[in-house]
Design a protein around this ligand. Structure first.
Ligand code: PEP
Ligand code: MN
Length: 336
């Protein structure tokens, strides 16, 4: 951190700031120029986190230099991480595809979906048993009953299961049946939930918050990792902007940015990212071209009858088409 003193700051103001820095076991570097009086703080910034330095007499403002997330940062872990989910590698040479309905609606719907997903070549079946719906009157999910159908689908197909956990109380149930826990956009900054999924030890798919900056998203990963769980995968799912044609604005630049800032893998969800099934295939291809480690796509045996997110769900036929194109593009990407 760098502290910029006000041009009229006194020597006593500077001494007081330096003494606070040293009292935290940190080093202070004082630079007095013709126009500027600057103090550099050197050492572990977490020791200084609670100091409201901008409020001290004579301080103009302070500027953070190092990042507040360390475990998620590439700075301290230059090698890209590959996250193993029960034998499926996320972040390796092959993009990993997670597909399935928005919600588990019934045993029949889910088992039919699983067959479609398996045949199309995805490695993960997705489907929400706990649904964070905007309206309390919308379908809220089958909860434990839905988790059991997901586990049955895994038995039948060998697909891995990723499903959302919305509350701390639900973690033990979801962890019992799923291979990977999804933290949804609405819970990206539910810090109590992040800490608990960090303690539960299962790999976590961390979706980007509805209006989260990259820094906030990276810090959310840090919460999980700080509890001893290094197995975190990011999922870009669009952010809220002034555009209303699409449900969200899919920020594919986040893929390149996260790859630079973090060693963790990142996948892209073009379904929630656009809200329109017609846009899912082109944006899925763009995501793979941008270097994403995989995709999450909503697929329903009959989108017109879906209890949630039918408008953005692919039909089985469109899913097969999208998968064929993704496979071709992924093979081409490996030649670059
Ligand atoms: C979902 O994956 O079905 C979901 C609710 O996504 P998000 O949290 O990104 O809105
Ligand atoms: Mn959905």
């Amino acid at each position: 951190m760098v502290i910029i003193m006000h041009p009229e700051a006194t020597q006593q103001n500077i001494d007081e700031v330096v003494s606070v820095i040293r009292s935290r076991g940190l080093e202070a570097k004082i630079m007095i120029g013709e126009q500027q009086k600057i103090i550099g703080v050197i050492g572990d910034k977490t020791k200084f986190a609670s100091v409201p330095v901008d409020a001290m007499p004579g301080v103009d403002h302070s500027v953070e230099i190092s990042k507040s997330y360390k475990l998620a940062s590439r700075e301290f872990h230059p090698e890209s991480s590959v996250i193993d989910v029960d034998g499926v590698a996320i972040g390796g040479a092959e993009p990993v595809i997670m597909a399935g309905p928005c919600a588990v609606e019934s045993r029949e719907q889910l088992l039919e979906s699983a067959e479609i997903i398996k045949a199309g070549g995805a490695q993960f079946l997705r489907g929400g048993a706990y649904k964070p719906r905007t309206s309390p009157y919308s379908f809220q999910g089958l909860e434990v009953e839905g988790l059991k159908y997901l586990a049955e689908a895994r038995e039948r197909t060998g697909l891995k299961i990723v499903t959302e956990v919305t509350t701390v109380e639900a973690i033990e149930h979801v962890a019992q049946y799923a291979d990977m826990l999804q933290i949804g956009a609405r819970n990206m900054q539910n810090f109590g939930l992040l800490k608990e999924v960090g303690r539960c030890g299962k790999p976590v798919l961390l979706k980007r918050g509805l209006a989260a900056t990259l820094d906030e998203w990276l810090n959310a990963a840090e919460y999980i990792m700080n509890e001893g769980n290094p197995n975190v995968v990011f999922c870009e799912r669009g952010i809220r902007t002034y555009e209303t044609y699409t449900r969200n604005t899919l920020d594919l630049s986040a893929v390149a940015a996260i790859k630079h800032l973090s060693h963790l893998p990142i996948i892209v969800d073009p379904s929630h990212g656009t809200g329109k099934w017609r846009m899912v295939k082109p944006m899925a291809l763009a995501a793979i071209a941008s270097g994403a480690d995989g995709l999450m796509m909503e697929v329903h045996p009959n989108p017109a009858k879906a209890l949630s997110d039918g408008n953005q769900s692919l039909t089985p036929e469109h899913y097969r088409e999208a998968m064929a194109a993704v496979k071709k593009l992924a093979a081409f990407m490996r030649t670059l």
